[in-house]
Design a protein around this ligand. Structure first.
Ligand SMILES: O=C(Oc1cc(O)cc(O)c1C(=O)O)c1ccc(O)c(O)c1
Length: 152
């Protein structure tokens, strides 16, 4: 089914214990095209950056799912994070990761999964230094101490 003709579908099976929510369709995502200010064609699944929808902030501990198709010789320059579990999944191309904890550059390619525990603070960059576009999923998971009601 083409992306744009998909519909939102909600299934509720077996009462409160099993709820399956299926969200389909690109119109349910927020699209930010690559530009001189943004390095990628990005679909935001949850509120992020200038896209703010108070009804779409997270799903449980899942805070961010960004589907980024990064321009050649572009990317996310060095910046800090804290209190977040960050997972990057490489779909296509090559992405060069650097972070202040390891001080090491590492090139990720198709199928590679990278996890960063930002903890008290880490700087990192995610750059596409190649001639081809690079597609990856950037996923943020709320760590226990930031979850509402947590005593950790
Ligand atoms: O760049 C920031 O977040 C990101 C968003 C993406 O879609 C992909 C990414 O690789 C990153 C990243 O962190 O590298 C970002 C987030 C928050 C912030 O304060 C920034 O300065 C940058």
């Amino acid at each position: 089914m083409p992306y744009h003709t998909c519909i939102k579908q909600t299934l509720r099976i077996n009462g409160p214990w099993l709820v399956i929510l299926v969200k389909k369709g690109a119109e349910l995502l927020h699209y930010l095209p690559a530009s001189e200010y943004h390095p990628a064609n990005t679909y935001f699944h949850f509120s992020f950056a200038n896209y703010y929808d108070p009804d779409n902030m997270h799903y449980g501990v899942l805070r961010v799912v960004n589907d980024d198709d990064v321009k050649p010789h572009s990317g996310f320059d060095r910046h800090p994070h804290k209190d977040m579990e960050i997972v990057s999944y490489l779909v296509k191309g090559n992405l060069t990761h650097w972070d202040s904890a390891t001080q090491v550059e590492d090139v990720l390619s198709r199928g590679h999964v990278q996890t960063v525990t930002a903890g008290n603070g880490v700087w990192h960059s995610e750059l596409n230094n190649h001639d081809e576009w690079c597609r990856f999923l950037q996923i943020w998971i709320l760590p226990p101490k930031t979850r509402p009601g947590s005593a950790v």
